[in-house]
Design a protein around this ligand. Structure first.
Ligand code: PRX
Length: 653
């Protein structure tokens, strides 16, 4: 079956295009001829010149499908590349981060020399509690500088980690701690969100109770909310870190093999259990820093701001490792865009004279809804490049972004990639690409995507939509799924043998530009966050009153997609507003607030085929208020019209 496409396919937009300005091209990092380079020579050179090695690599890559290795034989350390060498090279006084806390006036300027001191102290503190090469560490924090210190200290020590987004529930956290068998957890008392304190430590306590391998925690005091510290298990960050030596010689960077595991990032898939996406060291560093340099046109005086959360892959690659390897000055912001008012982002851009902004379409649409007057209050004329990531950007939002934020002058780089990719794969280059609103433009150098039909045949440019695949390995690609080879092969490599299946629908136009069309599997994308239908269904049926649940997505003007759940209660009971609120909270408790359904439709029965399979396609039609498709294979066709009637009442909040 061809992918169902839910997103942009407005052919009219192919007519609208924005060629690069001669002025931008003249100074751009990627000059004409960029795409003509030999990809292997390009990645070889980037690997040698952009990174510093303890032992240089001997072989560029090895490809034993579906496993790739890059920069083989090298010894390298991520923290050394991100911090120490910059200080050694005289960049100690350069600002690494302008950090803004959510509370107004809570600010910190962190130079590369400061960063080195803090990271060394943190690494020494962690080592004092037994963290060393090969220790597995969970991280559950907000957007504080100590989160960056933590990730860098762990790479300095050679300890693989997994950062769990601070909005995830205790169950989600313990699931990850157990899967990775983490012995340590780094967390904080609370984190700020829209003026409120979110009690991270209490959630971490519940998670640790369910994660027997995690026997030690280090707790940063951020909000001074009341927490219970368990004697012998929990340690305050300031007790562990503050008195430590900040001399880099006291804790040298651990030489790691190019292919050593650096971190896992758990991501929702098509089953109930999140996948531990494996990222190794050298290819990840090369891929993220190289793409960062060319796509955002990073210069020594760039002030770069990626407004994502470090709890997701975007933050790992484009707030922490990519920018730091490039010795970039970044902005990092702890809170929400509307605290204390809706112009907080624009105030930040004005204050630090930000030149590059990178954020998600949901954020852009939110600002669009609030109105351009908030941006107009501030001077945004320093912006040179603005970027988008995480979900398809609708042309209207793209044009609004360029006009109202980019002053009608900046290139917009719509970057397509995934947790598994580690780095951007399809993107414009700001000095070279003719931009089309809604298109992610062309593959980055060395990336070979294709669009396949049901039979695995390539669909020619201009000839329609199909499955997006990538035919060749790239440096930052996942090295597998943690402890689950079978799932790795099955998820990405079985539908079309020998090529990586991304799980997205796409088409290529006659100019060779890619148009991404959303997920084609049971994965939803809400506000740029990936959610699994099955995971939410499992969370719902985990509630004692729920007999059955089916989850699907509908289009949403703000969040891209929204979660719609169809629920049958036990004993044929009817739903109620109270039950609806209870079930939403339950999903929040099991997975995290981001997974709460926007709508719940209570129904006495779910539409099933005669063999008992839930007809999700029909539910999707119901959720989208579309005319219903073929119902003849249903065991009881009347069920659907009844559900449609109930859904039509509308339960939006
Ligand atoms: O569906 C695609 C969408 O986000 C998915 C990857 O989600 P995640 O692993 O959470 O990573 C998000 C940040 C890298 C993809 O399968 N996606 C991401 N970027 C775009 C996009 N869809 C369209 N256009 C994009 N620029």
């Amino acid at each position: 079956m061809m992918p169902e496409t839910t997103n942009i396919s407005n052919l009219m937009n192919e007519q609208r295009s924005y060629p690069p300005s001669a002025e931008f091209t003249a100074q751009a990092n990627a000059q004409p001829g960029f795409y003509d380079q030999d990809p292997d020579e390009f990645w070889e050179r980037e690997g040698r010149e952009r990174l510093s090695w303890f032992t240089p690599f001997s072989t560029l890559k090895e490809w034993n499908p579906p496993y790739a290795k890059w920069y083989l034989g090298g010894k390298i350390n991520a923290c050394y590349n991100a911090v120490d060498r910059h200080v050694e090279n005289g960049l100690g006084d350069k600002v690494a981060y302008y950090w803004e806390g959510e509370p107004v006036d809570d600010r910190k300027t962190i130079t590369y020399a400061d960063l080195q001191r803090e990271v060394v102290k943190t690494a020494n503190g962690f080592a004092s509690l037994g963290i060393g090469k090969g220790t597995h560490v969970g991280v559950y924090m907000g957007m504080v500088p100590e989160l960056v210190y933590t990730m860098l200290a762990l790479t300095r020590l050679g300890a693989p980690f997994t950062v769990v987004f601070g909005g995830f529930s205790a169950d989600s956290l313990s699931g990850r701690l157990n899967d990775m068998q983490c012995t340590h957890l780094i967390t904080q008392d609370g984190s700020y969100r829209r003026g409120k304190v979110f009690d991270l430590k209490a959630t971490a306590d519940t998670a640790m109770d369910a994660a027997p391998s995690t026997t030690t925690s280090i707790v940063l005091k951020r909000c001074s909310n009341d927490v219970v510290m368990h004697e012998g298990r929990d340690h305050w960050w300031h007790d562990v870190v503050d008195g430590q030596s900040d001399d880099p010689a006291s804790r040298p960077c651990e030489p790691m093999d190019s292919e050593d595991l650096m971190f896992l990032m758990y991501s929702s898939g098509t089953t109930g259990k999140p996948k531990g996406v494996v990222h190794s060291t050298a290819g990840y560093l090369a891929g993220t820093s190289t793409t960062h340099h060319y796509i955002f046109d990073i210069k020594p005086d760039t002030v770069y701001w990626c407004a994502a959360d470090i709890g997701w892959i975007t933050g790992h690659s484009y707030i922490v490792f990519g920018p730091l390897v490039n010795a970039t000055t970044s902005v990092m912001y702890e809170g929400t865009p509307d605290f204390p008012d809706k112009d907080r982002w624009w105030e930040i851009i004005e204050r630090y004279k930000v030149t590059v902004l990178y954020c998600a379409p949901t954020a852009i649409r939110t600002h669009m809804k609030w109105g351009p007057e908030y941006a107009q209050k501030h001077d945004l004329s320093t912006l040179k490049v603005i970027g988008s990531v995480g979900e398809p950007i609708n042309p209207e939002a793209w044009v609004w972004y360029r006009d109202h934020i980019g002053g009608g002058r900046t290139p917009v780089v719509d970057t397509w990639w995934q947790t598994e990719n580690g780095m951007v794969l399809i993107t414009p280059l700001p000095g070279l690409s003719t931009l089309k609103p809604g298109s992610a433009s062309k593959p980055f150098i060395g990336i070979e995507p294709a669009v396949l039909d049901d039979h695995g045949e390539e669909i020619a440019p201009g000839a329609g939509a199909g499955y997006l695949v990538v035919k060749k390995p790239w440096p930052a690609m996942l090295r597998g799924l943690y402890n689950d080879d079978a799932r790795y092969k099955d998820t990405y490599w079985s539908r079309f043998p020998g090529v990586y299946m991304a799980g997205d629908g796409a088409r290529v136009d006659a100019d060779g530009d890619y148009w991404l069309m959303g997920r084609i599997d049971d994965v939803m994308n809400v506000s740029g966050h990936r959610l699994s239908t099955i995971e939410i269904e499992s969370a719902l049926v985990d509630h004692p009153d729920v007999a059955e649940a089916a989850v699907t997505a509908r289009a949403d003007a703000l969040t891209g997609q929204a979660v719609v759940a169809f629920v049958t209660l036990k004993g044929g009971r009817d739903g109620s507003p109270e039950k609806l609120a209870e079930l939403r909270d339950h999903v929040g408790k099991v997975i995290g607030a981001i997974a709460k359904p926007a709508n719940i439709v209570f129904t006495p029965e779910l539409p099933k085929t005669r063999s008992g399979k839930i007809m999700r396609r029909l539910l999707r039609d119901v959720a989208e208020h579309r005319p219903l498709g073929d119902t003849t294979t249903l065991a009881d066709p009347t069920v659907v019209s009844e559900i449609a009637d109930r859904a039509a009442v509308g339960k939006d909040e």
